[in-house]
Design a binder for this molecule. Structure first.
Ligand code: BGC
Length: 753
């Protein structure tokens, strides 16, 4: 490793021009080089669910890349709720990166799914920051265990594709801290990613890649990030502002234009060269890490394909399963009609920079044929064209196949262009041609199972009566077809859970009236109320709640035991619950812990996910599951105190299988010292009176005003409660003696400083 002294030597040897040239890319997919000092380029490659390594790292292209394993997309992996699995996938991604001489894999994407319309939701993990943060950290750990860096993206508040390069996400600080930054904070503070990628969009008017509050104050000073910050590709508008704000590397190459502006700014005294040196030091550290010796052995693609299959099976969510129609019996007699083009031509990834050239692709049709016993006849009819074009002959053929079968498995999904980088969806419906097919099939066959392939959620309310079971497969990677067959025939037991609520209709979604803004700005007016936080606050019915997912077995919850230790910022809440597998087969349950503040001085969501664990339990057996919550898990971000605040009092802790199905609940009291609101002359009379010490001082001053109605009539005092104290003082014409108030302010300001 290059130690600090070595870095200082290199810095001293570099000319200003060379330094400036290192702060933007050397090509489309690599950092710049300085041959004379043996500073060699490092390759940066997408990401996130497979290695999209272009043979030519110098030039920009999204064309065919070298073959790599296409793992399930983040929409799928997020639904696995399985940190161990994500670490395994990360290890495989890291190994493939290393073998392809990639220094940094551009992922994971951990932006919050603010609206189901976001075209890139398939690249993101969840609507919830705890799921995004914990699973994102697990991926980073896995990738980096192979000596390859991760790039956590897109930092931050990049929640839509519409106007993504210019739009300003207008959000209050509490919303940013609690929802949009919390996942990044968790990854940065627990998994130490080598790099973070600054997003395209603005946040409250300032581009993320040029945002000093975001990149320096929050990321480095508060969270202690020690790695390198790179820009998203083309996210920098003003390279001088970017470097000054804390950006270390602009990507991709700019043909020397940015370097020239940096040199000019330093020479004109507008940019301190020390700031450039700091960025260079971080870049050199990254290059050293990437060059550290390690094995870049042969990749076992067959093993990675098997892992991709297991990951896809762990990620699929069984939404409904009436009369236990699933799993199918492979030894059954009769005919199984497989319907839908997606069974033969799988839709397993989205479009854009994340697109991987898969090493091989399994389709569900072949896998079903392989899994079925010799007595089960499998018919196949495509039913529709993926392009959406109407073909009555295809529909008629599928209907007669369904009529002739005991059970029909109908593969439906989103068309090309729906799950894509660069544009958002306009609605969340499946194509009409597919829904007409489903309705026609359901008319002739009562045993319909729907398998879905989509990166963002689709509306199910208007058609789900046609299906007795729905398996949400997501965009499940190159081995997804095999995984679907494993699940349909019970070789794997469904254990995915929704990391995103399925709403009844688009108009119910939290950002419906604010999204996508006017091109210049988008208001995050729904504030903290994203996903289930919103549906729960409004008590809205949903199709399937956050956290939901069925299994072929059944789990019962009992024995919640909660203990509180310590108080205030040192408080720890330890809980234990028992989960019993009461069904017929081994299965995995995702045990979810939600916390709600019973009475708070600020408005808070009724409950929020704070911990989860996926546990495997054999039939008839129980597992005791333990969790530990920290003060931060009970706190809110206070814009007044500019910190996380735990208000002492009662908290409802509930444990269960979804945000809406929590069989175990306990209320615990967590002590915390009262945190006084800082009082100033701008604080209202009501706020002064509510504070015991300040109230005493003010009441004393008021009662000393001879003949004042304020002193004698409580209703008058009540009327002026919303008035800032500083406004009242001149209104009393000097009769209010402010000596005590002044002393109080001097004293408390002194204490606070
Ligand atoms: C995307 C990033 C990606 C980069 C490089 C950008 O357009 O937003 O996610 O890593 O391109 O391909």
């Amino acid at each position: 490793m290059r130690d600090e002294a070595r870095i200082a030597d290199v810095l001293a040897a570099l000319t200003l021009e060379e330094k400036a040239s290192l702060l933007s890319g050397g090509g489309a997919w690599e950092t710049a080089a300085v041959e004379r000092l043996e500073i060699r380029p490092a390759v940066l490659t997408d990401g996130p669910h497979g290695v999209r390594r272009q043979a030519d790292a110098e030039h920009f292209s999204l064309d065919a890349s070298l073959p790599a394993t296409c793992f399930p997309t983040a929409a799928a992996l997020g639904s696995s709720w399985d940190a161990g699995l994500l670490t395994e996938v990360g290890e495989a991604l890291g190994a493939e990166s290393r073998a392809a001489r990639v220094a940094v894999l551009l992922g994971p994407g951990i932006n919050i799914k603010r609206t189901p319309l976001c075209g890139r939701n398939f690249e993101y993990l969840s609507e919830d920051p705890v799921v995004s943060g914990q699973l994102g950290a697990a991926l980073v750990r896995g990738i980096q265990s192979q000596g390859v860096g991760a790039s956590v993206k897109h930092f931050a508040a990049n929640n839509q594709e519409t106007g993504r390069m210019q739009v300003s996400a207008e959000a209050d600080e509490r919303t940013l801290r609690e929802i949009y930054l919390a996942g990044f904070e968790h990854v940065v503070t627990t998994a130490a990613p080598w790099t973070v990628m600054a997003a395209y969009n603005k946040i409250n008017g300032v581009h993320a890649a040029q945002n000093g509050w975001l990149l320096t104050r929050v990321l480095r000073e508060e969270w202690g990030f020690g790695g390198l910050v790179m820009s998203d590709w083309g996210a920098v508008w003003d390279p001088v502002a970017a470097v000054a704000a804390g950006l270390d590397l602009e990507m991709p190459a700019t043909g020397g234009a940015s370097a020239a502006r940096l040199v000019e700014a330093v020479e004109a005294g507008r940019l301190d060269e020390a700031v450039i040196d700091q960025a260079i030091a971080r870049l050199l550290t990254l290059l050293d890490r990437a060059a550290a010796p390690g094995s870049a052995g042969q990749v076992d693609f067959a093993r990675h394909h098997a892992l991709a299959r297991r990951a896809a099976a762990e990620s699929a969510v069984l939404l409904k399963n009436e009369d236990a129609i699933l799993p199918l019996d492979p030894a059954a007699q009769g005919t199984l009609a497989v319907i839908g083009e997606f069974a033969r031509t799988p839709k397993f990834q989205g479009a854009g920079s994340s697109q991987v050239s898969a090493t091989q692709v399994d389709n569900a049709l072949d896998a079903i044929r392989e899994a079925a016993g010799e007595h089960l006849r499998i018919s196949f009819s495509p039913g529709f064209r993926v392009s959406g074009e109407e073909d009555p002959a295809l529909l008629a053929e599928a209907v007669s196949a369904a009529e002739a079968a005991e059970t029909a498995i109908v593969f439906l999904g989103l068309p090309d262009g729906a799950d894509t980088e660069g544009s958002d969806r306009e609605h969340i419906n499946l194509p009409d041609v597919q829904l007409r097919l489903l309705a026609a099939v359901a008319e002739v066959n009562r045993n319909v199972v729907v398998v879905l392939a989509n990166g963002g959620v689709v509306e199910v309310a208007t058609w789900e009566r046609h299906a007795r079971a729905i398996l949400e497969g997501w965009l499940n990677g190159q081995a997804g077809g095999g995984a679907v067959a494993d699940l349909l025939f019970g070789r794997a037991n469904p254990s995915g859970r929704l990391a995103e609520t399925i709403p009844l209709r688009l108009a119910d979604t939290p950002a419906y009236l604010n999204f996508p803004g006017d091109g210049a700005a988008v208001s995050y007016g729904e504030r903290l109320y994203v996903g289930y936080r919103y549906y729960d606050a409004k008590d809205l019915p949903v199709s399937y709640p956050f956290g939901h997912g069925l299994s072929y077995t059944a789990f019962a919850y009992s024995g919640l035991h909660v203990v509180v230790d310590g108080e205030g910022d040192a408080a720890v809440v330890r809980l234990e619950a028992t989960v019993t597998n009461e069904g017929p087969m081994t299965g995995k349950e995702v045990v979810q812990v939600y916390v709600g503040d019973v009475a708070s001085s600020v408005d808070r969501p009724a409950r929020e996910l704070k911990a989860f664990a996926k546990v495997e339990i054999a039939p008839g057996r129980s597992a005791r599951v333990n969790f530990e919550l920290r003060a931060r898990d009970l706190s809110f971000w206070s814009p007044v105190h500019r910190r996380w605040v735990l208000e002492g009092g009662d908290f409802e802790v509930s444990v269960g299988r979804s945000s809406r199905d929590r069989p175990l609940t306990a209320t615990v009291t967590v002590p915390a010292p009262a945190l006084a609101r800082p009082l100033t002359l701008a604080s209202t009379i009501g706020e002064w009176l509510a504070d015991p010490a300040a109230g005493l001082v003010l009441r004393h001053a008021i009662s000393a005003m001879p003949g004042s109605a304020l002193a004698s009539d409580p209703t008058v005092l009540q009327m002026v409660e919303s008035l800032p104290l500083g406004h009242l003082i001149p209104m009393t014409g000097g009769r209010l003696d402010i000596t005590g108030i002044g002393q109080f302010l001097d004293q408390t300001n002194g204490e606070g400083s």
